[in-house]
Design a protein around this ligand. Structure first.
Ligand code: IPD
Ligand code: CA
Length: 286
């Protein structure tokens, strides 16, 4: 099996590179923007095209493998993680960045077997940085080993977070309450690249101590979570318990000390899980 997963990872890296080229070329043209759950939850034809490209290419080589892909789920495919080998794909992480040519856009591909991540690939395609990790074998950027920051003092740290696309006033209030508390620790700074996957790679690279968010999805996190843990960091729930990639809550940090300090400041809430059954529609009145 070991070699099989290595050949799957090699394929993941190759297809992510091809996908990155498609994304870079698409940036030269006008982008037709569509919306999904709200007017600020964006999608383009490139997101859909890249997801199809990745899935088709993987299917040809690994016909029995399963997929969870952002745009397939948006089109009605189930979002269920089984024990089977499963590719968890975000064809463009940072779609809003892509639409605005803000220069952080990633292709994120995680691979899970028996609900455990075996490898993760995040290709930051405008920076041409290929982040990779394989379980038990370390994390790398363009082949160079990654190591999280050794910082233990939250007051000397940079924290990454995002605002997501939920503009429900109650949710926005909670996000800002957390942000105010974290800033007021005080930390050196708060940053956000506009993509969960790249934020996680920045933690793995050691230039950001932690990343937290509530509201992103399993395809934003799957690859990056392994890249952080293989770089020596911790991946947890925002309340400090074990991470659950379907829960849409994440706190990833360089170490437990920094993570525990952030747990004290984050106001937690629980969005609808990625693997929740679709809502049953009420019968229409005659
Ligand atoms: C989004 C990005 C963003 C995060 C959102 C995600 P998308 O993914 O990762 O940084 O705040 O929660 O949904 O829509 O660009 O793939
Ligand atoms: Ca996406």
């Amino acid at each position: 099996m070991t070699d099989l997963w290595q050949s799957a990872m090699d394929h993941g890296v190759a297809v992510a590179r091809t996908a990155g080229k498609v994304v870079r070329e698409a940036l030269r043209d006008d982008r037709k923007v569509m919306t999904k759950s709200s007017s600020v939850d964006l999608v383009t034809q490139t997101d859909q095209q890249v997801e199809q490209l990745i899935i088709q290419s993987v299917k040809e080589k690994f016909p029995t493998h399963r997929f969870i892909g952002e745009e397939s789920v948006a089109a009605g495919e189930p979002c269920v993680l089984t024990d089977e080998p499963t590719w968890i794909i975000d064809p463009i992480d940072g779609t809003t960045n892509f639409v605005h040519s803000f220069p952080f856009v990633a292709i994120s591909i995680g691979f899970s077997v028996k609900k455990q991540m075996e490898f993760g690939v995040v290709y930051s395609c405008l920076e041409d940085k290929m982040y990779t990790a394989r379980r038990g074998r370390g994390a790398f950027c363009n082949g160079e080993p990654l190591q999280v920051s050794q910082q233990q003092d939250i007051g000397q740290s940079i924290i990454a977070t995002e605002f997501g696309s939920n503009r429900d006033p109650e949710v926005v209030d909670k996000i800002f309450t957390s942000l105010r508390s974290v800033l007021s620790i005080p930390v050196h700074g708060v940053r956000g690249a506009g993509t969960a996957a790249i934020n996680m790679c920045l933690v793995a690279s050691g230039c950001v101590e932690a990343y937290y968010e509530i509201g992103m999805h399993v395809w934003d996190l799957a690859a990056g979570s392994l890249i952080i843990s293989e770089a020596g960091g911790v991946v947890l729930d925002v309340e400090g318990g074990p991470a659950d990639l379907m829960s849409r809550r994440i706190l990833a940090a360089n170490n437990r000390t920094i993570a525990d300090r952030l747990v004290e400041e984050i106001v937690s809430f629980s969005p609808v899980r990625d693997d929740a059954p679709p809502p049953v529609e009420a019968p229409s009145k005659q």
